[in-house]
Design a protein around this ligand. Sequence first.
Ligand code: ASP
Length: 572
Amino acid sequence: MRTDRCGDLRLTDQGRTVTLCGWVSRRREHGEHLAFVDLRDRSGIVQVVVDGAQDLRAEYVLQIKGEVRQRPNETTNESLATGEIEIEAKEVIVLSEAEPPPFPLDDRTEIDEVLRLRHRYVDLRRDRMQRNLATRAKVNSAIRSAMEEQGFTEIETPMLIASTPEGARDFVVPSRKEPGSFYALPQSPQIFKQLCMVGGVDRYYQIARCLRDEDLRADRQFEFMQLDAEASFVTQEDVLKFISYAVLSAAEKITGEQQSEIPRMSWLEAQERFGSDKPDTRFGLELEELTDVFSSTEFRAFQASCIKGIRVPNGSDISRNRLDDLTEKCKQWGAQGLVWMRVEKEELNSPVSKFLTEEEQTSLREVMKAEEGDLLFLVADERHLVRHILGLLRLEIGRPPVTEGGLNFLWVVDFPLFEGVDESGNPQPAHHPFTMPHEEDLELLEAGKLLEVRSQAYDLVLNGWELGSGSVRIHKKEIQQKIFGLLGIEAEEAQEKFGFLLDAFKYGAPPHAGFAFGMDRLTALLAGEENIREVIAYPKTQSGADPLTSAPNPIDDKHLTELGLRVLPSQQ
Ligand code: ASP
């Protein structure tokens, strides 16, 4: 139906007769008989000069036959790739008429998200969406090639399964054949990929759809895509290498920039320096240790087990209002208070200075490397709280926009095996229950010092977003049973939930390890988007609805009966 795409035509095509298809992006009258029509397809826009007698409205779908000619000099449009030429239409066929679009399709107008999603098919015509979807396809393809180059085989795992524990709530699907029974949709292919290893697959990968019933955020949807991988007879080191290669190849495809290695940091160091297990290393404002400085202080508020601070270079002009606002935020994050100090030549200007001795002030200045004009923030509390609060404060005051500061990938390694305990006092897995404890910490495990045990788990972080996690797995039935026991999963429950995995391990399980990272998150950051919804063709809104198909919606009684279900009156 066409000889060319609109956005591809250049001055060198001058004189050619072409046939183009596309949507009317804009129409301007020119005198009585002529109209300029901007015709748009996915490659871009070209100006067409048509006989104005025709009724060609915005978003009409046209087929145009015409001659490429040079625009008169003064009408050249430098912001358009096709700006030096125009098409003199000889024949215009309306392939489809269109109602006026529900919102303007230029990228300059901010449009209500529900409206955009309700008419996603129109929204997708916008330049930004076309670009983002193309970026997504390129990232997918680069990741696939990188995995295949490294000897990984793509394997599809099922969607209707029994539960996989990733710490979120399952989406479930009622069974018609067995009323009262349910399938779970996979939170990840975790168990299947481990079974693939027992099955001798050696290196598995899949760009897998995962479903988790959790509250949605800018970087989270109910369903999302992960590059999921697992390999046998490998160490943590090997996995980091495979995954680094894959994400760096994708980044290079999109940005053209080559990066050979991803730096590493232990979980503990990340917490101490950045107050986070997913530090945004694009900027400084690191947390400084001050506990020793105030070890014998008389100032009550500083008599805490941990004190840390952040120095904001040249920050002393931050307004009092903003300081009050930051203090309020810190309180919401769990702080007792936030101490700030303006660094002046002779003194530290702060409501609390009078409570500090001369030595304390001097040594504070020294440790913080404070200079005149800086601002210091201090928090005193329990260590985990101090890290948490200053970690958030650091992001609040220093985090650059998504498009600035480059791509800072980071491996965070040596995660703890457990994080905290649940209501029944059972430790909670920091990753998932199949994660191998750190070899050096097996004694701590035996000694019951559970919260000190490190694991062979690792996260990949990009600009402060957690891209993904992985671990070396437990491949021995006894260790797996021990961990289940520690987690409070009784032998019977373990057998019921994961019996098939434990059984499989009886038949010769190779040592194995793996990883998974979010393709949506990676693509969003590579496309310079703050929200993953911008790189997903048909996402849900923040409240989990799809305004386009109006899912979720009720089903009729007949269908419910067939499934053996009844909806409680209070929920109807
Ligand atoms: N299944 C894990 C996740 O989805 C990743 C892994 O351990 O491979 O987070």
